[in-house]
Design a protein around this ligand. Structure first.
Ligand code: M6R
Length: 609
């Protein structure tokens, strides 16, 4: 959480930092601040609330400044306030921090005993005092940063600027993302690539325990002993326009509409339709392609956990491979039993979620092969797993995950086909038919999106309700969870997802005329049972909003509202069924006046436990 940004070069530092922070605001938005050099002195501007409130206090005449740093905060230690906002200052230094310093209380005590005064409640302020304390004892700023890192326990990505050494920025990371943008006579450092994507696509991914020294002439990366490291400069293919709203009212709406393209990009180059098979690159699968696994363990958080739950159905049905699913934050604390023949798959859009990263480290510590399904290229999880299968959703800016989810499901389907063919559970003909259906998916999503107005109308009827229940069965049960999560996180309406068969074991007590029940139904083997569940809801005065397959003639007579999705192979139905649920959540939240892209209390990537 928190977004950090640094710039050194000839441009207007203030506007480069503000532009970058706007792209990082998804990481936290309870306060923001920047620091830059002005006439040889550091100016710090901080403000509570979103970036717009910081902008209102910034100088209208651009300062002549060679460098600056900025921060957008998601509070962990200390409430959102100007004092707790970053950058923090000590002596001639200022710093921005993302992460948590676990031993900050003992460090603070030692620093206070030295006579240092603190002005915030944050753990972060300790870092800059620690660095300053070493800096004042002599030696370079780099050395002072190195020595401070030796004392700090926890996770951090920091960027430091000094009044005494104004032509240099120093950045270091351990456990939190940091990427350097390499420009011509200018350099950027940020928590995420979109922050500088409009200026450069040349990037260096900093690893844990690496220090970057940025000057307008170039970048040097050192290890913590000061030895220079040879780092690869990579070219990012993301188009800067992808990180803009492009005429949509919100990023969320844009990202919902980008799903056909994102799915095409995720499938592209990975299928051999006539062979009924999926082709994976060498880095996309773990170990010998002929080697079989006995079990897959899928882990993730939030929406990515829901993708893992769908993945269990896909792997078991298509590939006959037994699957266990774990919430990443639970995984390592229960000392999971992993054995020979297991493969652990971590699913994460950002590739930076602390719990998922820790789960993958746990698996590796037990010598279990790991694969990640990530969207962000070069992210920590993608780099720390044995192999990575990238979804090609493009930058997802809105905090609520949409295109990341449906491309994760696409990736899991491709992996299931690959495994199914490899394990002899999926015939060439069945593989070909499934790939054919997969290729049809983007058009079918377009068909759903063309009926967006219908969902908007449904949303207008229901935006005032306080509780929703989402019911699904089988492979649509995780979609019910996802639909409910989408609604609660952006509209603040209480919503629960349930397997429909569980309703009578408790949730049915909630049903009355104030409880809309969102029903997800396919004409499959549990259809009749779902109809019985609908009748049970109706008998108690509940309201039914049904999402059903085209050609369903029973539900229209029972539901208060109905929306049809095109017919598709049942294993692909979660992808199609998700789209109207995203739209429903979006329009309910919008009609209620919620901050759709930046819902309260949330952050896009959760880099703390
Ligand atoms: O980046 P990740 O996929 O690891 O993120 C996991 C969750 O934090 C994320 O899916 C979260 O639940 C979203 N806000 C859901 O919309």
């Amino acid at each position: 959480m928190c977004g950090i940004m640094g710039y050194i070069g000839q441009r207007n530092v203030v506007s480069v930092l503000v532009e970058g922070l706007r792209r990082l605001e998804y990481r936290g938005y309870d306060s923001a601040g920047i620091a830059y050099l002005s006439k040889g002195e550091i100016e710090v501007k901080r403000s509570v609330g979103k970036l717009s409130s910081l902008e209102s206090i910034l100088p209208t005449i651009p300062p002549v400044s060679p460098a600056g740093i900025g921060h957008t905060r998601w509070a962990t230690h200390g409430k959102p306030s100007e004092e707790n906002a970053h950058p923090h200052r000590a002596g001639s230094l200022v710093m921005v921090h993302n992460g948590i310093i676990e031993n900050y209380l003992s460090l603070k005590k030692t620093l206070q005993d030295e006579g240092r005064e603190f002005t915030s409640d944050t753990d972060s302020e300790v870092i800059i005092h620690l660095i300053d304390s070493f800096y004042q004892k002599g030696g370079s700023l780099e050395k002072a940063v190195q020595r401070a890192t030796e004392k700090m326990h926890g996770s951090y990505a920091i960027c430091v600027l000094s009044e005494k050494d104004p032509n240099r920025l120093i950045a270091v990371r351990s456990g939190c993302p940091l990427v350097i943008g390499v420009g011509k006579d200018e350099q950027f450092v940020a928590s995420d690539i979109p922050a500088f994507l409009s200026h450069t696509r040349q990037v260096i991914f900093l690893e844990d325990n690496e220090i970057a020294l940025l000057s307008s002439e170039g970048v040097e990366v050192h290890d913590l002993k000061g030895a220079r490291l040879a780092k690869e400069v990579q070219q990012i293919s993301w188009d800067p326009v992808m990180a803009e709203k492009g005429g949509y009212r919100h990023f969320l709406q844009k990202e919902i509409h980008e799903q056909p393209r994102a799915i095409v990009d995720t499938i592209r180059g990975r299928v051999a339709q006539e062979a009924g098979n999926v082709i994976l690159g060498a880095s996309e699968w773990v170990g010998d392609p002929a080697k079989d696994y006995k079990r897959a363990v899928l882990v993730g958080c939030g929406t990515s956990w829901h993708a893992a739950l769908v993945g269990k159905f896909l792997f078991e049905q298509i590939a006959g491979l037994s699957v266990e699913v774990d919430i990443a934050s639970e995984f390592r604390y229960r000392d999971p039993l992993l054995s020979e023949g297991d493969l652990v798959i971590g699913i994460s859009q950002s590739g930076e979620t602390a719990d998922t990263l820790a789960a993958m480290r746990e698996a590796r510590s037990k010598k279990t092969p790991t694969l990640s399904i990530c969207n962000v290229v070069g992210s920590s999880i993608s780099r720390e797993t044995d192999a990575v299968f990238y979804t090609h959703a493009g930058p997802e800016i809105s905090v609520a995950s949409t295109k990341a989810f449906t491309t994760q499901l696409t990736a899991l389907t491709l992996l299931a086909i690959f495994l199914g063919r490899k394990r002899g559970r999926l015939s060439k003909k069945a593989g070909e038919a499934l790939i054919h259906q997969l290729i049809l998916l983007p058009n079918k999503i377009e068909e759903i999106l063309a009926h967006e107005k219908r969902i908007k109308t449904i949303a207008k009827h229901f935006f005032r309700y306080r509780d929703f229940l989402y019911l699904g069965r089988g492979i649509l049960y995780p979609v019910a969870l996802e639909g409910a999560l989408k609604l609660k996180e952006i509209s603040y309406i209480h919503a629960e997802g349930y397997p429909a068969g569980e309703m009578k074991h408790g949730p049915i007590a909630l049903i009355d005329e104030n409880m809309p029940v969102v029903v997800l139904a396919l004409k499959d083997k549990v259809y009749e049972k779902m109809i019985s569940n609908v009748m049970e809801v109706k008998a108690r005065g509940g309201i039914i909003i049904a999402f059903a397959e085209e050609g369903d003639n029973d539900l229209p007579g029972l539901a208060d509202e109905i929306f049809f999705i095109p017919k598709i192979a049942s294993v692909l139905s979660p992808i199609l069924m998700t789209i109207p649920l995203q739209l429903l959540a979006y329009y309910i939240a919008f009609t209620r006046g919620s901050d759709v892209d930046q819902p309260r209390n949330l952050a896009k990537s959760v880099t703390v436990e």
